[in-house]
Design a protein around this ligand. Structure first.
Ligand SMILES: [Cu+2]
Length: 596
């Protein structure tokens, strides 16, 4: 697959490496379902010498980012969703996906969006551990999409209705009929439903420790567009007594930061690019783009906002809700305008990860966050009265070494508010117990080979991204037994990092090990295994960063939700996939079964 890294005329080592990556991708793994021989025939050993340095996102040179002033809008705080209804004795929420208009920047006309309850940013759920809730997700959207649908993408072919939705609560341990299966979609008024649709009302047991989950659309074939349109979701905070006892910053000192990148036209409308035509290979999807990277960053639905803070501790629940972009964030002292002054800002104390609190705070000056990851962070602004800090980003796109557009700023914090009251919040040295799952307890190891396929040289336009050379529609190949522990090895043969998400479970990262792509297959390791980062283990994760030419091992116990009452052999269908939405959308997603 074409890589963004520039190497002059393209005949340097980078071109050679890209060719080898392509071989790895085309050959794939032995024993995979369907397609391997065909793909090898379609993609013979590429003999090109001319590399092309695509921007994965077609370049846009007329966007509003060129003239928008940064840090002139206050950071919005998402509202908390409430209900006074109950269903079978549990709180019942009726959430409607509706069109809306919202001003996203002082100087930009209102933007047409779709939002949960007509809100952007989406409202936050606050729930207690062990107290289930029911949610009826309803589609009150028009029949036509306002973003460019690619009818050649699997799941979006005619006569599939244009606008369909299904909501996944990311990180939740829920039954399959409440998990938002991509083919359990529904249209306005449930008039049409997908083949896996079973119920209008979802049940969330909330039988897991305090953490930050998030909900977002997951409809097959248009997830990337629905999320981009505003259904990229909001936070869902599970609280428990243990978390309460820690005395962490709370109330108005605990703030979600939901980060997304976008392109805007000067009239305020969202711009989602389409594939630049020109490749004669008819298998290249004509509209789908392989990744989306915008030039504008929003936090909680506002473009490059600022937050005025008191000189005290704050807790930020950071969520990367972008389609494809990774962020590598630092805090740097700045002018009010965001101009960097050359001095570092306060450190990040990361206290939690995807699935709950870490054992102890981890101090970092830089945070790398992939799409769908959550980082629960305390920042102590005490002692910084009168100063401002810009949250910067320098993660290449595609990560880790692409050459697509990188917005260098995210938001600004201004420590200009008087301390309302003494800061009595705490940052305890011990936060949680995270028992490590022993690799010796694993009953099965499975391999997931990530590959990407390109059209023939010299075009090399991406056609699709895959796992084990299997399509979404191929039979299930991963069927862990309920309650059993398994190790999954994510074998990344591509040139890009992929954030891999497994539904239902919270897993632990064991290690990462680099292999020699020029000899693959077989898998020949050329470096010792590397321990995960200190904010990755011990930790509960549901999304893991899988680096290029690297095997990433994760271990999980495939427990079903409470009340599953599985009969022997009964199958419970879930999903795992890359959380780069443009990849997930074009085959880098597979069903899996937990078997009773
Ligand atoms: Cu991916």
């Amino acid at each position: 697959m074409a890589r963004g890294k520039t190497s002059g005329n393209g005949v340097g080592p980078d071109a050679k490496r890209r060719r080898l990556l392509k071989i790895g991708g085309a050959v794939g793994v032995g024993g995979a379902v369907g397609g391997t021989a065909l793909l090898t025939a379609l993609f013979p050993h590429p003999a090109h010498t001319q590399a092309r340095h695509h921007h994965r996102t077609p370049v846009q040179d007329n966007t509003a980012a060129r003239w928008l002033t940064k840090f002139v809008d206050r950071l919005p705080i998402p509202s908390t969703i409430t209900t006074n209804q109950t269903l079978n004795g549990v709180p019942f929420y009726d959430v409607r996906m509706r069109p809306l208009q919202e001003k996203l920047h002082r100087d930009l006309p209102p933007t047409a969006l779709w939002g949960f309850n007509g809100l952007y940013p989406a409202p936050t759920f606050e729930v207690r551990r062990g107290r289930p809730i029911a949610v009826k997700w309803e589609n009150n959207l028009p029949g036509r999409h306002f973003l460019p649908i690619d009818p050649t993408i699997h799941g979006a072919e005619p006569p599939t209705p244009d606008v369909r939705t299904v909501v996944h609560l990311h990180g939740s341990k829920s039954m399959p009929d409440s998990d938002g299966y991509p083919e359990a979609w529904f249209t306005n008024g449930f008039r049409q439903t997908g083949p896996f649709f079973t119920t209008q009302t979802y049940h969330y047991p909330n039988d897991q420790q305090a953490t930050g989950l998030w909900y977002h659309d997951h409809a097959l074939g248009i997830t990337r567009l629905n999320n981009y349109a505003g259904l990229g979701g909001g936070s869902y905070f599970i609280r428990d007594d243990h978390e309460d006892s820690l005395g962490l910053p709370s109330g108005r000192y605990e703030i979600p930061l939901e980060i997304q990148d976008r392109f805007f036209n000067s009239d305020g409308s969202l711009l989602y690019p389409v594939q630049t035509p020109g490749d004669p290979d008819t298998r290249v999807p004509p509209i789908w783009i392989p990744e989306f990277f915008g030039d504008t960053v929003l936090v909680n639905g506002k473009i490059w906002p600022f937050l005025e803070v008191e000189p005290r501790k704050y807790r930020f629940r950071v969520l990367n809700a972008s389609n494809s972009r990774f962020y590598r964030m630092t805090l740097q002292e700045s002018a009010d305008t965001g101009q960097v002054l050359g001095r570092p800002g306060p450190v990040f104390h990361q206290i939690g990860s995807d699935g709950g609190l870490l054992p102890a705070p981890v101090t970092r000056t830089q945070l790398l966050i992939a799409p769908a990851e959550r980082q629960d962070v305390v920042i102590d602004f005490s002692g910084f009265r009168g100063k401002s800090f810009v949250l910067t980003n320098d993660a290449p796109a595609p990560f880790p070494d692409g050459a697509d557009v990188v917005p260098p700023d995210i938001m600004v914090f201004r420590v200009n508010q008087p301390l309302q009251d003494q800061d009595r919040s705490r940052l305890p040295a011990t936060l949680n117990t995270v028992p490590l799952i022993s690799p010796a307890s694993s009953v099965q190891t499975r391999d997931l080979v990530l590959s990407e396929l390109d059209s023939a040289p010299p075009f090399e336009n991406p056609i699709m991204a895959m796992i084990n050379d299997a399509h979404w529609d191929d039979p299930v190949t991963e069927s862990p037994k309920a309650g059993s522990i398994e190790i999954w090895r994510i074998i990344n043969t591509t040139g890009d990092a992929h954030p891999i998400h497994i539904h239902l479970v919270q897993f632990q990262i064991l290690d990462r090990q680099h292999f020699d792509i020029t000899r693959y297959p077989p898998l020949v390791f050329d470096q010792p295994p590397q321990a995960p980062e200190n904010n990755e283990r011990p930790a509960w994760k549901d999304t893991v960063l899988s680096y290029p030419e690297t095997v990433t091992r994760v271990i999980a116990r495939y427990d079903l939700p409470p009340g599953a009452n599985a009969r022997p052999g009964q199958k419970f269908r879930y999903v795992y996939h890359c959380h780069i939405l443009e990849h997930e959308e074009n085959e880098m997603m597979r069903p899996y079964d937990v078997v009773g």
